[in-house]
Design a binder for this molecule. Structure first.
Ligand code: ADP
Length: 757
C-alpha cells in the first residue's frame, strides 16, 4: 500500500480508529496466519461462528478465491473478489489489499431491495414472504411470523404444500396449498391481488382472516418465475366489524321487511323500473306489467285517481309522496296500503331516485277495529259503573233523607253544603236556606247561657282544622224561632284524594227529650228527698209523742198487775201479761224507730276511728250474750276508718249481735270480723256460722220492720239492718250480704278510709 501523500486528507489519521468506525466488515490477515477483525466484522462473524472464523461469513464456493486474493496481497497485489455471503442474497464485493505487515480485507455488501422491502412491510404490520420456484420460503419478516403464529425459523424452508397449513375460503371450504395465491402467481406469472384467506393460528386456536397479494418475479428474459413475493394483511378485526355491520343491516332489513310489505324505487321521473322483487312478489305483476306506470293496474280502480294525483304532486314539488290505496295481491285480494315515497338527492341536491314503501294497513285496520270493540266495551262498563254509582248515590240520599238524625255537610270553611230534612225540621229552616250559609253564624252562634260562641272554641271548626273526630254530649243549636235546641253531635272530617281535610259531616241528635227526662228525674229525686225528710220528721215526732201515752199505759198496766194479779180469774191474769208484753215491745219499737229517725246526715262529725276500738265497744255491748251462751267473737281489724264512732259502734254491734243471735240450734255461735284496705275505702266483713239467708231475701232484710222469723223463734223488731244500712250510706259506704241457708252469713260493709291530707 502506498503511503498517503503529504497534504492528503487522511494524513495523520489513526488507521486503527478509522477501521473500527467503518460500518463494513474489515479483517487484517498477517503472514503468520493471525486475523484481526474490526467491530462491524466481529458483530457479523459471531452470528455464524462462535470462534470468530472470518471465513464462516462466506459460502464455501467463495472461500478459495478469497484465499488466493490474500496470498496475492501478501505479495503486494490488490484484488477485488465477488463473494457469496451467507446471510445475504446479494453478492458481496471483497477488496483485498497489501499492508505493511499483512493483507487488509474489506467486505462491501449491497443491500438487496427485497430485504429493504421486508423491513418496510414489517414496519407497516404487513406480513411478507419470499418463496423459491419450488414454493420453499426463503425469506420472511417478523410480521409474517406474528400473523401466522410461528417463528421465522419455523417458516423458513416450509413450502406451500406443507401438511400443517390450515387454510379456508371465506365460505368455509378448504383452501389447499396448491391453490394458494403464491403458487398461482408462480404458475401463471400473474399478480394475485387481495385474495381473502382464513388461516388457523395455532397459538390462539382461532382463525385469522388475511388479505393476500402474491407478486411473481421473473429474471429478465426468463420464461419461468424466479421467486414469488407474497404480502398479506391481517384483516380479522376489519372482517368482524364488517360481519357486525352486515348483521345489523340484515336485522334492519328484516325489520323493514316486517313493517313494510313492499319497498320500491323509481327513476327521478317517477317511472318504475325493474327489478322490483318485493313488488313482483306481492302483486304478481311481471316487470313488463308494472314498468313505467303499469303498477297502477294493480291499484284498485276506485283508488287510482287519488293515487295518480298524489304521485304527480309529489313529483312536481319534489316532496314527500304519501297516499292510501287498495293494492291487488297476487291472489286477487285487495289490501289497504299506506304508500310513502321520498326523493333521494345526491350531495349536490340532484334528484337521484324515489324510494318508496307500501305498508299493509290491514293490521292497523284490524287494530283499529279491535280498539273500537274495546272502546265500546269500556263505555258499556262505564255505563254500568255509573248506574251502580247513581244507585249508591240514590241510596245514600235516601239514607240521609230518612235518617232520624240531623245531618249537615260543611266545606272546609264551614259553609253548609248539604242538610237533610231532619236537620231542617230540627232547626226550623228550609234545606235551601241553610245551604251556602256559614253554619256557625246561622245556628251555632251562642252558648246555651246566651254568651257568644267564639269560632275558635267551636268543636266543629276545630275538626275542620285538625281532622280529628269529635263527640259533643251537650251543646245547643239555635232554632230559626230563636230558641236553643239542646243537641249532642259527632263531627267527622272529610278528606280529598290527597288526604287534606276538605270539610266535615255533622250528625246531630236533638236531646230535648233526654234533657227533659233528666230534669224530671232530678225533680223526682228532690221531691223524694223532701218527702223522706218529712217522713223522718214525722217518724221522730210520732215516736217521740207516742212515748208519752205509752209510758202512761205502761205505768197503769204495771199498777193493775201489781194490785190485781192473782185476784181476778186466770184469764184476766193472762190479759194483763199480754198487755205488759205489748207495752215493752211497743217501747222498744218506738225507741228503735226514734233511733232510726234521729239519724240525720247533718249531725255527723267525722274523725279517724280505729276499728279495733269499735270492736271492743261492740263486744262490751254484746257481753251478756257472750257470757250466757258460750258464743265466740273474734276480730282481725287493723284499719282505721273515717266516720262517727258512736254510729259505727251501733252498726258493728247490730251486725255482731245478729250473727250471735241467728245461730243454728245446738251449735255455738261464732262471729269473726275482718277488715281490709281497698283503695280509698275499708272493706269490713262480719262472718258467722249461723242459719244463713236464702238469696231471695237478701235485699228485703235491709228494709225497716222486715223480719224472716216469728218473734218467738228469734226476738227482734226488724229495724237493726235498716239502721245499719242508713249509717253505712250516711258515711258514703255500702252494705250487702253473702249467704245461703245453713251456710252462715257474711255481711260486707265498706266505709271511707281516713283521707290523706
Ligand atoms: P231483728 O231486729 O229482727 O234482728 P234485723 O233488721 O237486724 O232485725 O234483721 C232482719 C232480719 O234479717 C232478721 O229478722 C233475720 O231474719 C235476718 N237476719 C239478720 N241477721 C242475720 C244473720 N246473721 N243470720 C241470719 N239471719 C239474719
Amino acid at each position: 500500500m502506498t503511503p498517503p501523500e503529504a497534504g492528503a486528507p487522511f494524513h495523520g489519521v489513526d488507521a486503527q480508529a478509522l477501521l473500527s468506525a467503518l460500518p463494513d466488515p474489515v479483517a487484517l490477515f498477517r503472514p503468520d496466519g493471525q486475523v484481526t477483525l474490526n467491530r462491524a466484522a466481529q458483530a457479523r462473524v459471531h452470528q455464524h461462528s462462535p470462534s470468530g472464523d472470518w471465513m464462516a461469513l462466506f459460502h464455501a464456493g467463495s472461500v478459495p478465491p478469497i484465499r488466493d486474493a490474500v496470498q496475492a496481497a501478501l505479495s503486494g497485489e490488490t484484488r477485488q473478489v465477488t463473494v457469496q455471503v451467507v446471510d445475504t442474497v446479494a453478492p458481496g464485493l471483497l477488496t483485498v489489499a497489501p499492508t505493511e505487515d499483512g493483507a487488509l480485507l474489506h467486505l462491501h455488501v449491497a443491500r438487496d431491495p427485497l430485504e429493504v422491502a421486508l423491513e418496510l412491510m414489517d414496519g407497516m404490520g404487513l406480513g411478507m414472504t419470499v418463496q423459491a420456484p419450488d414454493t420453499r420460503i426463503l425469506l420472511t419478516n417478523d410480521a409474517a411470523a406474528r400473523i401466522l403464529g410461528m417463528t421465522q425459523e419455523q417458516l423458513l424452508g416450509r413450502d406451500s404444500m406443507h401438511p400443517e397449513w390450515r387454510a379456508v375460503h371465506p365460505d368455509g371450504t378448504d383452501f389447499p396449498g396448491e391453490t394458494h395465491p403464491s403458487v398461482q402467481a408462480l404458475r401463471t406469472l400473474q399478480v394475485q391481488r387481495d385474495v381473502p384467506m382464513g388461516v388457523y393460528h395455532p397459538g390462539e386456536a382461532t382463525w385469522r382472516w388475511l388479505q393476500v397479494t402474491a407478486i411473481p418475479r421473473r429474471a429478465p428474459g426468463a420464461s419461468q418465475a424466479k421467486q414469488v413475493t407474497t404480502v398479506f394483511a391481517d384483516v380479522t378485526e376489519r372482517q368482524q366489524m364488517q360481519a357486525e355491520v352486515r348483521r345489523s343491516e340484515r336485522r334492519f332489513r328484516s325489520l323493514v321487511e316486517a313493517t313494510t310489505q313492499i319497498v320500491w324505487n323509481t327513476d327521478p321521473a317517477g317511472s318504475l323500473q325493474p327489478p322490483q322483487a318485493p313488488w313482483e312478489a306481492f302483486t304478481g305483476q311481471t316487470p313488463d306489467e308494472y314498468r313505467g306506470a303499469g303498477w297502477l293496474d294493480a291499484v284498485h280502480p276506485d283508488d287510482r285517481a287519488g293515487a295518480i294525483s298524489d304521485w304527480q304532486r309529489a313529483l312536481e314539488t319534489g316532496t314527500l309522496y304519501t297516499t292510501e290505496y287498495r293494492l291487488r295481491r297476487a291472489d286477487g285480494a285487495y289490501v289497504p296500503m299506506l304508500t310513502r315515497g321520498v326523493p333521494i338527492l345526491d350531495e349536490r341536491g340532484q334528484l337521484l331516485e324515489w324510494l318508496g314503501t307500501n305498508t299493509d294497513l290491514s293490521a292497523i285496520r284490524e287494530a283499529e277495529q279491535a280498539l273500537k270493540v274495546l272502546n265500546a266495551e269500556l263505555e258499556a262498563r262505564v255505563q254500568t259503573r255509573t248506574e251502580d254509582l247513581s244507585r249508591v248515590t240514590r241510596f245514600s240520599t235516601l239514607l240521609l233523607t230518612a235518617a232520624g238524625e240531623s245531618i249537615f255537610g260543611l266545606d272546609a270553611r264551614g259553609v253548609t253544603t248539604f242538610a237533610n230534612p231532619a236537620a231542617a225540621r230540627m232547626l226550623g229552616y228550609s234545606i235551601e236556606s241553610m245551604i251556602g250559609q256559614e253554619q256557625h253564624a246561622l245556628v251555632h252562634h251562642h252558648h246555651e247561657d246566651g254568651t257568644p260562641y267564639a269560632l275558635s272554641d267551636c268543636p266543629i271548626h276545630q275538626t275542620l282544622r285538625d281532622g280529628q273526630t269529635r263527640r259533643v254530649e251537650r251543646d245547643v243549636m239555635w232554632h230559626a224561632q230563636g230558641n236553643p235546641v239542646p243537641v249532642a253531635y259527632v263531627v267527622t272530617a272529610t278528606h280529598d284524594t290527597a288526604g287534606a281535610v276538605n270539610g266535615a259531616v255533622i250528625m246531630v241528635q236533638d236531646i230535648t227529650e233526654r234533657v227533659r227526662a233528666q230534669a224530671q228525674l232530678q225533680d223526682l229525686i228532690t221531691d223524694l228527698e223532701r218527702s223522706n225528710q218529712d217522713l223522718e220528721q214525722f217518724a221522730y215526732v210520732a215516736s217521740h209523742d207516742l212515748q208519752e201515752p205509752l209510758r202512761t199505759i205502761g205505768s197503769y198496766t204495771e199498777l193493775l198487775a201489781r194490785r190485781y194479779q192473782g185476784q181476778l180469774d186466770p184469764r184476766a191474769d193472762q190479759y194483763l201479761h199480754f198487755m205488759q208484753d205489748a207495752v215493752t215491745r211497743m217501747r222498744s219499737l218506738i225507741q228503735d224507730l226514734l233511733g232510726f229517725a234521729r239519724l240525720s246526715r247533718t249531725d255527723l262529725i267525722f274523725e279517724p276511728v280505729s276499728l279495733d276500738e269499735l270492736m271492743q265497744a261492740a263486744r262490751q255491748n254484746v257481753q251478756g250474750t257472750l257470757t250466757s251462751g258460750g258464743s265466740q267473737l273474734s276480730w282481725d281489724t287493723p284499719d282505721e276508718v273515717w266516720g262517727q264512732s258512736s254510729l259505727l259502734t251501733q252498726l258493728l254491734t247490730n251486725l255482731v249481735s245478729n250473727g250471735l243471735k241467728f245461730h243454728r240450734p245446738g251449735e255455738t255461735a261464732q262471729v269473726h270480723v275482718t277488715s281490709r284496705r281497698e283503695g280509698d275505702t275499708v272493706h269490713i266483713s262480719v262472718r258467722d256460722n249461723g242459719i244463713g239467708i236464702a238469696p231471695e231475701y237478701h235485699a228485703r232484710i235491709f228494709e225497716i220492720f222486715q223480719r224472716l222469723h216469728r218473734r218467738d223463734t228469734y226476738a227482734g223488731n226488724g229495724m237493726g239492718l235498716a239502721i245499719c244500712r242508713k249509717i253505712a250510706e250516711h258515711h258514703g259506704g255500702r252494705i250487702w250480704i253473702e249467704s245461703a241457708p245453713d251456710q252462715g252469713s257474711t255481711f260486707h260493709l265498706t266505709l271511707p278510709a281516713v283521707p290523706t291530707p
